[in-house]
Design a protein around this ligand. Structure first.
Ligand code: CA
Length: 351
């Protein structure tokens, strides 16, 4: 009876094969567990680096562009670097406080439309700077690489990690309640030059004919008519919170003599007399910039611009003269508007 012997041998061989397979699988399992542990560790470390870099870049971008008493932009590079370093060192990655090296703090110009990032280095000219990049490390350059638990077996006892964040300041995309001083919506085409950038220093005469470059607005109030416009002209009502994308009610044509007189009076009250003749000749105002839609009674907010109103001409001219100002900051504005010369006060992360 030869077959039971064969069976025994077969069983023996099978057992041996199973033992080899189990041993192999156990090794793989230990290896996988080790890999999972190390990957989890590195994932956590990278997340912590990224969160710290994001916070540091945002705070630095919020700090780097400051402004003078008239809201003209200025650069404060040392304050921005100090802020980024302070926030970095207050954060940790796997228990190590993060030291931000100065070469890892980079400033420059970012183009939101094309994703282009041009580093400029420190500059006193606010036109050179609209974004801040922060890179935080746990590597051989700074803050020591991360020690692994198991990867050392396969030759990786330490792993270097970096995380980079880019914060963009951009142009005013919102205006808080009351920040828009007059019920005038300026047409985007009227403030853009040939190169599609704002026509800085250009004097605009807001009037109804022959070419429309601005419209009267009652913001969200309806109907948009002379008495409702007058509520905002006299300052009796303060402008609502506005943002890019809002559709506001507009009206073309002449305002009544009564409303225009109220506008002239408001100019005298709020404006500054710079030449000492007893009459106001300069009043800085922020106005919404709009694209007029198909419908002549609605306009779409695309950004905000600052003007110095230099003259309000009552009847029969009924005109307002304003000079477009560039290099301005709207301190309480979120980013998100087109470039009409007024920057946002608060940045956003783009990378
Ligand atoms: Ca004067």
């Amino acid at each position: 009876m030869p077959w039971p012997i064969d069976l025994r041998r077969l069983l023996r061989e099978e057992r041996a094969a199973i033992a080899v397979t189990v041993a192999f699988m156990l090794t793989a399992l230990v290896g996988l567990t080790g890999a999972a542990t190390d990957l989890g560790l590195l994932y956590t470390a990278h997340n912590q680096l990224q969160n710290a870099a994001d916070a540091a870049a945002l705070a630095a971008a919020d700090t780097i562009i400051t402004y003078d008493a008239s809201l003209y932009a200025q650069v404060d590079y040392p304050a921005a670097l100090a802020t980024a370093q302070q926030i970095s060192s207050a954060n940790q990655a796997l228990g190590v406080n993060l030291n931000l090296l100065e070469p890892d703090f980079v400033v420059g110009k970012y183009d939101l439309a094309t994703n282009q990032w041009i580093t400029t280095g420190s500059s006193d000219n606010p036109d050179d700077i609209n974004a801040v990049q922060v890179t935080l490390r746990r590597d051989e350059v700074a803050n020591t690489p991360v020690d692994t638990y198991f990867a050392g077996i396969v030759g990786y006892p330490q792993v270097g990690l970096t995380a980079t964040a880019l914060a963009f300041i951009g142009y005013a995309g919102s205006a808080p309640e009351g920040a828009v001083a007059l019920p005038i919506a300026v047409n985007a085409q009227a403030v853009l030059g040939d190169d599609d950038g704002p026509d800085c220093g250009e004097a605009l005469v807001f009037h109804s004919e022959p070419h429309e470059n601005a419209e009267w607005t009652t913001f969200f109030d309806w109907p948009c008519n002379d008495p409702n416009v007058r509520d905002y002209v006299c300052g009796c009502k303060s402008s609502p919170e506005l943002k890019v994308g809002d559709d506001i009610n507009v009206i073309n044509g002449n305002l009544s003599n009564h409303t225009f007189s109220a506008l002239a009076q408001r100019f005298q009250e709020e404006g500054t007399d710079t030449d000492g003749d007893g009459l106001a000749d300069q009043w800085m105002v922020m106005l919404p910039v709009v694209e007029s839609g198909q419908c002549a009674t609605k306009a779409h907010v695309v950004g905000f611009a600052h003007f110095i109103i230099t003259e309000v001409r009552t009847a029969p001219e009924k005109e307002v003269v304003g000079i477009l100002q560039c290099g301005m900051v709207s301190p309480d504005s979120a980013t998100g508007g087109e470039d009409f010369g007024t920057r946002a006060g608060h940045p956003k992360l783009v990378h």
